[in-house]
Design a protein around this ligand. Structure first.
Ligand SMILES: [Zn+2]
Length: 329
């Protein structure tokens, strides 16, 4: 466990059930207040509260069981100009933090954004609810030589196992909309950030697409399934939380951030036409069962999307949101 934790967690691990201080005995972490004991899953410290909801357990299972599918998808995504441009954009929000700052990523998945933070000189704590994904993230970071500056543990984003005001930055990429109560998760990230600490959200869906394009897309896939028979490509690869999500409008996201205790809130539009092409190529790839890449088209649209994001009406209706905000004391 020591090699995975790299000493970053020294003194800041708290019980996710009661917030009490913890003690370690071998591979067990125990709460000094309520006595709850936390063991390991697949060699990863498991700080997920024992009473996790069935939705969380279903997410844990979905993302762990389908890790090969997500690895394959990422191998296509990481070459996408849309994906690269907007991931670089949200990570750039951390530039004001000095090297060596301690950044938490919740819902880290396969750990590729965390790797970029490590390359930029930050110390990184990665948490996820799915052991299958987190194990991949740990492998990625250890293989790149970041064992001493990274830590990986299983945790619930709505009940973070860290002391208040113990971190400099927090990142959540395309994960806030998977949570039953985004306000609770944002409140937890605010709590663990020191006053003035930086929160960054990456590629959270805007809600208009969930009301327009996605239902049309789903109906289309259903029609194809009727003709073809059986599931269509990645159709079955949608997690329970993804089925429930609505995404966020600009006023909703800004108000959630304010209510959770953040200031200096900046909503950053992340993609219009380039995002639509990315979405279309992902869906088509799944339908035909092989990667269809429309990268040149994405590349052409990115500069146009950057201009659209600065126009008054358009700025409220990007495909996704990136966001940056500061924790208020
Ligand atoms: Zn406790």
């Amino acid at each position: 466990m020591k090699s995975a934790r790299g000493g970053l967690l020294k003194g800041i691990l708290r019980c996710p059930v009661c917030g009490g201080e913890t003690t370690e005995d071998g591979s067990t972490i125990a709460c000094l207040s309520c006595g709850t004991a936390y063991g390991e899953t697949d060699g990863l410290p498991d700080l997920i509260p024992p009473d996790a909801s069935s939705l969380k357990l279903s997410e844990r299972e979905h993302y762990s069981e389908n890790v090969d599918y997500y690895l394959e998808m990422h191998s296509t995504w990481c070459g996408s100009p849309f994906y690269r441009h907007y991931h670089r954009s949200f990570l750039a929000n951390f530039r004001s933090l000095p090297a060596g700052s301690l950044i938490l990523e919740t819902g880290c998945g396969l750990g590729h954004d965390g790797l970029e933070l490590l390359r930029a000189g930050y110390r990184v704590i990665e948490t996820d609810i799915a052991p299958g994904q987190l194990a991949q993230a740990r492998e990625l970071h250890l293989a790149a030589g970041y064992a001493d500056v990274s830590a990986h543990l299983l945790a619930d984003a709505e009940r973070l196992p860290f002391a208040s005001a113990s971190l400099d930055g927090a990142l959540a990429v395309a994960s806030l909309h998977h949570l039953p109560d985004p306000l609770v998760a944002l409140g937890e990230m605010r709590r663990v950030l020191r006053p003035g600490g930086m929160l960054v959200l990456g590629t959270e869906p805007n809600n208009w697409q969930n009301r327009t394009i996605y239902p049309v897309g789903k109906a289309f896939l259903k029609a194809v399934r009727c003709v073809k028979g059986g599931p269509v490509g990645g159709e079955e690869m949608v997690s329970e939380a993804d089925k429930l999500t609505e995404g966020f409008s600009a006023p909703q996201l800004a108000s959630l951030l304010r209510e959770a205790g953040f200031g200096a809130i900046e909503l950053q539009p992340a993609g219009y036409l380039s995002a639509a092409v990315f979405f279309l190529s992902t869906e088509l790839s799944q339908m035909v069962g092989r990667p269809l890449r429309l990268f040149p088209l994405e590349r052409v649209f990115i500069p146009l999307d950057e201009i659209l994001g600065k126009l008054p009406l358009f700025s409220r209706y990007p495909w996704h949101w990136n966001a940056a905000a500061r924790a208020i004391a």
